[in-house]
Ligand binder design. Structure first.
Ligand SMILES: [Zn+2]
Length: 70
């Protein structure tokens, strides 16, 4: 089932809902303010919302001094 992004026109909240393609027009109420004034947004949940897709934080710098003054 594809995931759709909806944008609340009342408070600007954006949320994702898993819906069928035939039901994507049936915008669900806003989970934040319970407003029915929501619109279907971009169906690209990867745009925002960081999903843990690997990637360890590197810690470079400020560790050890190795000056080679010749
Ligand atoms: Zn809202």
């Amino acid at each position: 089932m594809p995931m759709y992004v909806y944008a609340c026109q009342a408070c600007g909240q954006r949320f994702e809902e898993m819906k069928r393609m035939a039901e994507r027009r049936d915008a669900p109420p806003c989970p934040a303010c319970k407003s029915q004034d929501t619109e279907l947004g971009l169906s690209a949940p990867a745009v925002f919302g960081g999903t843990g897709a690997g990637g360890a934080p590197t810690n470079y710098g400020s560790s050890g001094n190795c000056f080679s003054g010749g």
